[in-house]
Design a protein around this ligand. Structure first.
Ligand SMILES: [Zn+2]
Ligand SMILES: [Zn+2]
Length: 300
C-alpha cells in the first residue's frame, strides 16, 4: 500500500469508527440518534421519539413546531445548533399532548415566544396542574383563536384553527412560501389514532376539519404529520389527508351499524378490523373503536 492509499484508508477508518462509535453510544442509551431532514427551502423536520418536530431556519431566528420530550428536545436543539447559532425566535405547539409539548421545557430561556391555540394552552396548564408538574412545563405565552400570522425572515407562517378533532385545540401551521403545512396529530398516517375525548376530541367534526384542510391547501402542499405507521412517512400529500378522512368515516359508519345491530360495547371492542379499511392495521384499533362508540352513544 502506498502512502496516499494508506492515509486515505486511515481517514476512512477513522470516519467509520466515529460513525460506529456514535451508533454504539446511541444503542447503549437505548435510542436511535434523532434524524434531521430538510424538506423545502429552509424548512425541515426532526424525528426521534414522539410527534414530528417541524422547523424553519432563518438567519435572524429559528422557529420550531412541537418539542417531543425533554431528552429528545435537547437532541433537536443540539442538531439545530450544528447548522445555526440564530436564537429560537418561536416555539409553536400543534396541541397539548406530552409527545408534542413535553420538551417545551428544554426551550426555557431559549425561545422568544411560545405559541399555541388557546384551548391547547389551557389543556397544557390543566394537565400540568393535575400532575403537579407545572415547574417542568414551559407554557405558551401567546395564544390564538381562529387565525394567526408569524413572519420569520422571508417566510410567512399562518396558524389555523378548524375546531374540535383529535383534541379541542389542534392547530395547523402553514409555511406559505415553502407551502408546507404541519398538521400535528390531525393526521395519523396509516396508524390508528389517539382520540382524546377527555380534552374535547370529536371524530364527527374531525372529518369536517380534514375537509377544511383539504380546501385550504393545494396539490403542491407538503404535509407534516405527527405520526406514521412503521414503513410509512411522516410527510405526505393532500391525498393522504383524504385517506385518513375516509378511514375515520369508515370507523364511524361501522360503529353506527354495530350499535344498530344491538351489539354491546364489550362485543364491539373485540373487532380486529374495520370493513373497507385495508391500510390501517396493527395495534391500537381499540382506541378509535372506543372513542367512536362513546361519541355515538353519548347522551343516549
Ligand atoms: Zn402525538
Ligand atoms: Zn396528540
Amino acid at each position: 500500500m502506498d502512502r496516499n492509499a494508506f492515509l486515505k484508508n486511515t481517514a476512512l477508518l477513522a470516519a467509520g469508527s466515529l460513525f460506529f462509535r456514535q451508533q454504539a453510544l446511541a444503542a447503549m442509551f437505548g435510542r436511535p440518534a434523532g434524524t434531521v431532514r430538510m424538506l423545502r427551502n429552509n424548512v425541515g423536520i426532526f424525528t426521534e421519539r414522539g410527534g414530528t418536530i417541524g422547523f424553519c431556519l432563518d438567519r435572524g431566528g429559528v422557529l420550531a413546531i412541537d418539542s417531543q420530550f425533554p431528552d429528545t428536545a435537547a437532541h433537536f436543539i443540539e442538531e439545530i445548533r450544528k447548522q445555526s447559532q440564530a436564537p429560537f425566535a418561536y416555539l409553536l405547539n400543534t396541541h397539548h399532548h406530552g409527545d408534542h409539548s413535553g420538551g417545551n421545557i428544554a426551550f426555557k430561556g431559549l425561545a422568544g415566544k411560545v405559541l399555541a391555540h388557546q384551548n391547547a394552552a389551557a389543556n397544557m396548564r390543566a394537565v400540568a396542574e393535575k400532575a403537579k408538574t407545572l415547574e417542568k412545563q414551559l407554557l405558551p405565552d401567546t395564544t390564538f383563536d381562529r387565525k394567526t400570522r408569524i413572519r420569520l425572515g422571508d417566510e410567512k407562517l399562518r396558524g389555523h384553527y378548524f375546531g374540535a378533532a383529535h383534541t379541542n385545540g389542534d392547530a395547523v401551521y402553514h409555511f406559505r412560501k415553502a407551502n408546507i403545512a404541519h398538521v400535528g396529530d390531525l393526521v395519523f398516517n396509516r396508524r390508528h389514532p389517539f382520540v382524546d375525548r377527555a380534552y374535547g376530541a370529536n371524530m364527527t367534526h374531525w372529518i369536517e376539519v380534514l375537509n377544511d384542510i383539504h380546501k385550504e391547501f393545494d396539490n403542491d402542499t407538503l404535509f407534516i404529520f405527527g405520526h406514521a405507521a412503521e414503513g410509512y412517512e411522516v410527510t405526505g400529500s393532500r391525498a393522504d389527508v383524504l385517506a385518513f378522512r375516509d378511514y375515520l368515516q369508515r370507523v364511524l359508519d361501522f360503529t353506527r351499524q354495530e350499535i344498530a345491530a344491538g351489539r354491546t360495547k364489550e362485543e364491539f371492542l373485540k373487532n380486529t378490523a374495520i370493513p373497507g379499511v385495508t391500510e390501517w392495521k396493527g395495534d391500537g384499533i381499540v382506541r378509535p373503536l372506543t372513542a367512536a362508540w362513546d361519541e355515538l352513544t353519548a347522551g343516549k
